[in-house]
Write a protein that binds this ligand. Structure first.
Ligand code: CO
Length: 299
């Protein structure tokens, strides 16, 4: 009689151990993935910025699937015609589901929490509402510039990236995008002030929106800089950087300054290539508490 009882307890222990193993496996196997959301670029040479961001994520999250989504329909269509498929945000989430990912981290690679970011938020809320049980979590990592700490870190990263050849008499003009809709322009006005306060010869203006270049030109001329360095304040040095900032066309910022007799040098460095910038995005991905599946407040 003793042996069967021993066998029974052995079996029971085995079953319990198996259950424990399965439970911990289920917990460990909460497959997670990261969706990196950018406006996108169709300029081949500009893609290095996106690759640099991806490399930073691959290092911070080894083994985690990284899925790109471009918000620009025009760029996705253009790339598709060239045989390169890039997902939209919705398609990237569908892909997460297909891969069995249940813990999704969506990182906005936008510069400010402006209109593009608001659109991303609306889209994610809509997706989660349509498919409420598809994911356990959809964490939203916020854009580059959201807090005072972000601003300090961005300032450090960009000031460190300025050309070593720059002398005290040289000015710097950073080209941000800007937008006439949404709150992004207010953030950029604050960033422009912060740069100019930290170094009175560093300026920021925008292609669109309120912080225009035209207003900046007379201020620059008054300083009589020996040289003006031009650098994009955008994730990639894409179409705007190559054409509107540094292009040969008479309307480019470089041409406008040259026409006023100023010496100009363009540095086509996308923010995404700067480790200090990558670090902020990775921190936002890790620190977000914004879970769209389980919002902190329900109204
Ligand atoms: Co644009």
């Amino acid at each position: 009689m003793r042996q069967p009882r021993l066998l029974c307890s052995l079996l029971l222990t085995l079953v319990l151990a198996c259950q424990f193993c399965l439970a911990s496996l289920a917990q460990a196997a909460q497959p997670s993935g990261i969706v990196l959301v950018a406006f996108g670029t169709s300029v081949d040479a500009a893609r290095s910025s996106l690759q640099a961001v991806e490399a930073a994520y691959a290092k911070a999250y080894p083994g985690t699937p990284l899925i790109w989504a471009y918000t620009s329909d025009t760029i996705r269509t253009k790339l598709a015609r060239e045989g390169q498929k890039v997902f939209s945000v919705r398609e990237a989430l569908d892909e997460c589901a297909r891969l069995g990912i249940v813990d999704v981290r969506v990182q906005s690679l936008h510069i400010t929490p402006g209109e593009e970011f608001s659109q991303l938020q609306r889209l994610l809320v809509r997706y989660v509402t349509l498919y409420p049980t598809r994911f356990d979590h959809v964490w939203l990592g916020h854009p580059l510039l959201e807090s005072s700490r972000d601003l300090e870190d961005v300032l450090c990263a960009v000031m460190d990236s300025l050309p070593a050849t720059r002398t005290a008499r040289d000015a710097v003009v950073l080209m941000a995008h800007g937008n006439s809709r949404g709150p992004g322009d207010l953030t950029l006005a604050c960033v422009a002030t912060a740069f100019n306060t930290s170094d009175p010869r560093v300026f920021l203006a925008t292609v669109e929106g309120a912080n225009g270049f035209a207003e900046l030109v007379p201020v620059l001329e008054d300083q009589h800089p020996a040289r003006v360095y031009l650098q994009p304040f955008m994730l990639v040095a894409g179409d705007h950087a190559r054409n509107d900032l540094a292009g040969e066309d008479s309307s480019s910022w470089a041409s406008q300054l040259k026409a006023r007799g100023l010496a100009v040098e363009a540095c086509l460095t996308g923010l995404g290539t700067l480790p200090g910038i990558q670090h902020i995005f990775v921190r936002h991905t890790a620190e977000t508490t914004d879970d769209l599946v389980h919002p902190a407040k329900t109204f």
